[in-house]
Write a protein that binds this ligand. Structure first.
Ligand code: NAP
Length: 249
């Protein structure tokens, strides 16, 4: 069962507008035009240090989620606390990884940082806002969502650590090994989506599902570009690796 908001004009425009904006950014990013996101391997070299940019990108959604939950947090039900906490935990993990784990090499341009943090803040704020209304009681899918969320975050952390270890002895980019890198180019993206699917099962709101689908489309497109980037750069890049979903795609 999915929870839909009351279909006021604002809610209709908000849901359709969010999905359309997501589609526009995904298209732009894949074809490297208009609203393409320039960071990491696809940075254009100008901008602010990645650590600073990503800190801002991931910190503001925590603020947004908290502002939109403020009115009901003092009297929140356990379900509301779990949904809110999952969003906060996700972005806090990314803030901590940004500050203390990742070894970045490049820059993120201001426009990219502004676009990403705006979208994340809208996602985090809206999930918190719609969390005023929850499923009636914890059910099988809620418990499943909790487990899936934890698996996603742990898997994401593990594969981020494998990427960090590539730069233990030498800077630059290398062919990732270990974990699900054996099967796909971007297992860290795969586990990010696993975690967000867990949040969908916890929140059960239509908006959360749309946000998950936008993230899935974006990360799938980005994994294809990353895969092509590896093949161009490393002639010995394993031919049998998929893009993002082990054994499938
Ligand atoms: N929900 C969403 O829509 C969404 C979208 C994007 C990202 N994310 C989250 O952010 C995480 C990171 O995403 P990302 O796009 O920044 O990932 P990424 O491009 O793979 O970079 C992650 C980190 O690993 C380093 N790295 C990547 N490939 C490497 C290689 N071959 N050799 C050595 N170091 C390497 C990068 O260094 P450099 O900085 O030097 O490139 C960066 O520090 C994702 O796993 C996900 O959790 C979420």
């Amino acid at each position: 069962m999915l929870i839909s908001p009351p279909w006021t004009l604002f809610n209709i425009i908000f849901h359709i507008g969010f999905a359309a904006t997501g589609a526009f950014i995904i298209y732009s990013d894949y074809y490297d035009k208009w609203a393409a996101l320039h960071y990491s391997k696809f940075s254009k070299g100008a901008g602010i240090p990645t650590r600073l940019g990503l800190f801002v990108i991931y910190f503001l959604p925590i603020v947004a989620a908290t502002i939109f939950a403020w009115s009901y947090l003092p009297v929140a039900s356990l379900i509301q606390w779990v949904v809110y906490s999952a969003v906060i935990l996700h972005f806090t993990k990314r803030v901590l990884e940004t500050l203390f784990l990742h070894k970045f090499s490049g820059t993120v341009d201001i426009k990219t940082a502004a676009m990403i943090t705006t979208i994340y803040s809208i996602i985090a704020g809206a999930i918190s806002y719609f969390n005023k209304q929850t499923i009636p009681a914890m059910d099988f899918w809620f418990y499943t969502g909790t487990v899936i969320f934890i698996i996603g975050e742990l898997g994401s952390f593990y594969h981020h650590k494998l990427l960090v270890d590539l730069r233990k002895e030498r800077d630059g980019y290398h062919i990732p090994q270990g974990g699900l890198f054996k099967y796909v180019t971007c297992p860290h993206y795969f586990f990010e989506l696993v975690a967000w699917f867990g949040i969908v099962l916890l929140s059960r709101h239509l908006f959360t599902l749309i946000a998950f689908l936008v993230a899935a489309a974006y990360l799938t497109a980005r994994s294809i570009r990353t895969h092509q980037w590896y093949h161009q750069r490393f002639p010995d890049y394993p031919a049998d690796r998929k893009y993002i979903v082990p054994f499938l795609f």
